[in-house]
Design a protein around this ligand. Structure first.
Ligand SMILES: O=C(O)CCC(=O)C(=O)O
Length: 258
C-alpha cells in the first residue's frame, strides 16, 4: 500500500516558511538530512551497547548532545514556537524488544505524547504546548520500523483517551532516512513501527517547549554540572525547567504552585 506513505521528496524542497506551514497544517514535518553521516558515526560510537536511556538518567556524550542545538532543527522549532525555548526531555532508544501486542499490530498503538495527567507523576509531557523531534539513525522502510502519523490530528479535540486506534484509517507511514528529523506536535496521533527483521532501530527523541508553557507539576531541573558546563545557547535551553504558566488541556491557567 504505497499510497499510505507520506512522500519524503515533498520535504526536500521546502523553505523554512513552508516547513512551518506544513507543520501547522499537518502537525508534523520532516527535516531531511539534519544529521551528517560523520555525526551519525560519532553517535553510533558514543552509544555503543546502549539500548535505551533517558538523558535525565544519563547525559549523553558530545555527539548526541550536539543534536539539541542543531541549527536547522532549532530554526524550525523557533519559527513554530518562538525564540525562547526549553529543552525538557530526550530518550535514546533502539527499541529492540517490542511486546506481543505491538509485534502483532506491526506498530505501537496510536497515541499522543501530550500527558496532562500522568499516572506515574512524571509531568515532563504535561506542558500545553511542546513538540517532539524524532531523529532516526537508520532508513525506515514500509515494513521495517516506519513512523506512523495521522496528518492533521493535532487539531482533533482533546478527549484524554490513551488509545486512538479509531484514527487508524487515516494513519500514514513516514519513511524517514538516516539523519532525518521528524518534528511532531504534542497532540499529533502517531506510533512507531516494528522492525520485522529484529534489527535495532536507533533513534533519539528530543522534546522542546516554549518557555511560557510550564509543566503542570514540578519536574526536575537538569543536573547542575550539565547546565554549568553547557555552551551559552545550550544553557539557555536547559535552565528554568519549571518556568512559565501552568495551562491545562482546555486552556485554563492553573494555580501557579511553588
Ligand atoms: O519510535 C518512534 O518512531 C515513535 C516512538 C513513540 O511514539 C513512543 O515511544 O511514544
Amino acid at each position: 500500500m504505497t499510497d499510505s506513505n507520506v512522500d519524503r521528496s515533498t520535504f526536500e524542497v521546502l523553505s523554512l516558511g513552508q516547513q512551518q506551514q506544513y507543520y501547522s497544517e499537518n502537525g508534523f514535518v520532516l527535516l531531511p538530512a539534519v544529521v551528517s553521516p560523520e555525526q551519525m558515526a560519532r553517535i553510533a560510537a558514543e552509544v555503543g551497547g546502549s539500548q535505551r536511556y533517558d538523558f535525565a538518567e544519563r547525559w549523553p556524550g558530545p555527539a548526541l548532545e550536539g543534536l539539541i542545538c542543531n541549527p536547522r532543527l532549532l530554526g524550525l522549532v523557533r519559527r513554530c514556537y518562538g525564540e525562547d525555548l526549553r529543552f525538557f526531555k530526550a530518550v535514546y532508544a533502539e527499541w529492540l524488544y517490542p511486546d506481543e501486542a505491538t509485534l502483532r499490530m506491526g506498530r505501537q498503538g496510536l497515541h499522543r505524547d501530550y500527558m496532562p495527567d500522568p499516572e506515574d507523576g512524571d509531568f515532563r509531557n504535561s506542558c500545553v504546548s511542546w513538540c517532539n523531534v524524532g531523529h532516526y539513525l537508520i532508513d525506515l522502510e514500509a515494513d521495517e520500523g516506519p513512523l506512523w502519523v495521522v496528518p492533521g490530528s493535532h487539531r482533533l479535540a482533546w478527549t484524554g483517551e490513551r488509545s486512538l486506534e479509531q484514527c487508524a484509517g487515516d494513519a500514514r507511514r513516514v519513511l524517514a532516512k538516516a539523519g532525518d528529523a521528524v518534528v511532531f506536535h504534542n497532540r499529533t496521533v502517531h506510533a512507531g513501527g516494528v522492525m520485522r527483521s529484529g534489527r535495532p532501530r536507533p533513534s533519539a527523541f528530543l522534546s522542546y517547549r516554549p518557555a511560557w508553557a510550564a509543566p503542570l507539576g514540578r519536574v526536575p531541573e537538569w543536573p547542575t554540572p550539565v547546565v554549568d558546563r553547557a555552551s551559552p545557547p545550550l544553557r539557555a535551553l536547559l535552565a528554568g525547567q519549571n518556568d512559565g504558566l501552568r495551562i491545562d488541556a482546555w486552556g485554563l491557567v492553573q494555580d501557579q504552585q511553588e
